[in-house]
Design a protein around this ligand. Sequence first.
Ligand SMILES: Nc1ncnc2c1ncn2[C@@H]1O[C@H](COP(=O)(O)OP(=O)(O)O)[C@@H](O)[C@H]1O
Ligand SMILES: [Mg+2]
Length: 228
Amino acid sequence: MIKATSVSKTYNNGKVEALKNVSVDIRNGEFAVILGASGSGKSTLMNMLSGLERPDCGKITVEGTDITELNEKQLTAFRRDNVGFVFQQYYLLPHLSVESNVKLGADIARNKNYMPIIDALGLCDKLRAKPSELSGGEQQRVCIARALAKNPKILFLDEPTGALDEKTGRAVLDCIMREKTRRGFTMIMVTHNRNIGETAQTVIEMNSGEIIDTHAVSRQKSAYEIGW
Ligand SMILES: Nc1ncnc2c1ncn2[C@@H]1O[C@H](COP(=O)(O)OP(=O)(O)O)[C@@H](O)[C@H]1O
Ligand SMILES: [Mg+2]
């Protein structure tokens, strides 16, 4: 369970209030989508919940541990052992093959059995390819494979389909959802695409650094049933 209590974050010496007194609860195994317009604080919230950044005030507990009280070393260990990340930009190592990029994630968790993940993401015939030889959708699937190969308890995705066209975006979202169902990790996805909210169990809606609505989705749709 991830629990944020009265979390605030400012930038530029307090001039930008990115998060204002935000509280949120996310259950283990839940798929939550954080929705909101550009600049509403979605990425900031994700960065706080995942221990990438620290709030100015407030408390964030993950499985009962207050991650805001961890020192840098402990926070790095927390991220290593618990969380996986997928971003809009791919951040793959350009000189490494698909397999080696995925292995980077696997090695962190001493996971020798990463080939099934590469297979599940449909990348078996691209093992030796370099990122520059892949399409955007393929590169994003490598990022997902790399994140999953480290066996995260929580997968955070920030606009994972943001750089993809509709057809490729749907295919990548479908891959993400299938792996979520298969493995049962907790998943928190940031997007400004309101349609993607219909694929989640819970939608958390943000505006101007605040959560303005949280609701359960009555029937989760597949990546191919939603609008785009
Ligand atoms: N590192 C930063 N330095 C200064 N301002 C930032 C930084 N990160 C985010 N902001 C500001 O905080 C607000 C929320 O940003 P962000 O969380 O990235 O929104 P979203 O992900 O919803 O687009 C915006 O006004 C943004 O410009
Ligand atoms: Mg963002």
